[in-house]
Design a protein around this ligand. Structure first.
Ligand code: DX5
Ligand code: ZN
Length: 219
């Protein structure tokens, strides 16, 4: 199974989101990654559930909503209702993470948990069987265009090992600083989903960018 590429519209022109979706669909990328930032959990602000609902109306691609917010318990349901296929919240923002996972499932979406670079993978140990997605932040969250922190690749490798030992079913996603070079390292570590913001939106040939991130050759 080839790696899923999930372009992040954070790096798109916010006055032309329709064009960004068209670019994603035409590139062959499989998911759309939506970065919700609240100006508190991270020092940046993006958009809310209406953007997710409007995008839902425009594409059939799975919507991968990444909540970089404090108090995710107050917001989760709105994003499921808006049409998210996966709702991912940060472990660092959740006291009762297991309860929130159950809430997302009851609302009808797949659930992901994200960890920032300073959070060890062992913090997720008790949740592995309950999740559809684990998102390893490979930069400090808040902005696109940062360089991947090399130590985070090892966290992906550890989580892939834990997954096979525990026979868990979650997909492993990496977010931040993904480019052709770092994608190769992440694939070797066992990644399933590569989020790509600036690399994808800066590319002159998005379709080629996708196959390159997947480690395939263009026919
Ligand atoms: C960063 C966001 C990422 C961001 C990645 O906080 O969570 O999804 O869009 O952007 P690049 O690929 O430019 O690092
Ligand atoms: Zn993200």
């Amino acid at each position: 199974m080839s790696v899923v590429v999930a372009p992040s519209i954070l790096s798109a022109d916010f006055t032309a989101i329709g064009d960004a979706l068209q670019r994603i669909e035409q590139s062959g990328a499989q998911w759309v990654h939506l970065d919700v930032m609240d100006g508190h959990f991270v020092p940046n602000l993006t958009f809310g559930p209406k953007m997710v609902a409007d995008i839902r109306a425009r594409t059939k691609l799975p919507l991968d909503v990444h909540l970089m917010v404090e108090r995710p318990e107050d917001l989760l349901d709105q994003y499921v209702e808006a049409g998210a296929d996966f709702v991912t919240f940060h472990l660092e923002a959740a006291v009762h993470a297991h309860r929130l996972v159950q809430r997302v499932h009851a609302a009808g979406a797949g659930c992901g948990i994200a960890i920032v670079p300073s959070t060890p993978v062992t913090a997720l140990e008790h949740l592995l069987e309950d999740l559809e997605l684990i998102l390893v932040m490979t930069v400090n969250p808040g902005f696109g265009g940062q360089a991947l922190i090399p130590e985070c690749v090892e966290k992906v490798r550890r989580l892939a090992q834990m997954r096979s030992q525990r026979r868990a079913r979650f997909r492993l996603s990496a977010d931040g600083g993904v480019n052709a070079e770092t994608a190769a390292e992440l694939r070797a570590a066992g990644i399933d989903v590569l989020v790509s913001g600036s690399t994808f939106f800066k590319s002159a040939d998005p379709a080629q960018e996708v196959v390159q991130l997947q480690g395939q050759q263009i026919a």
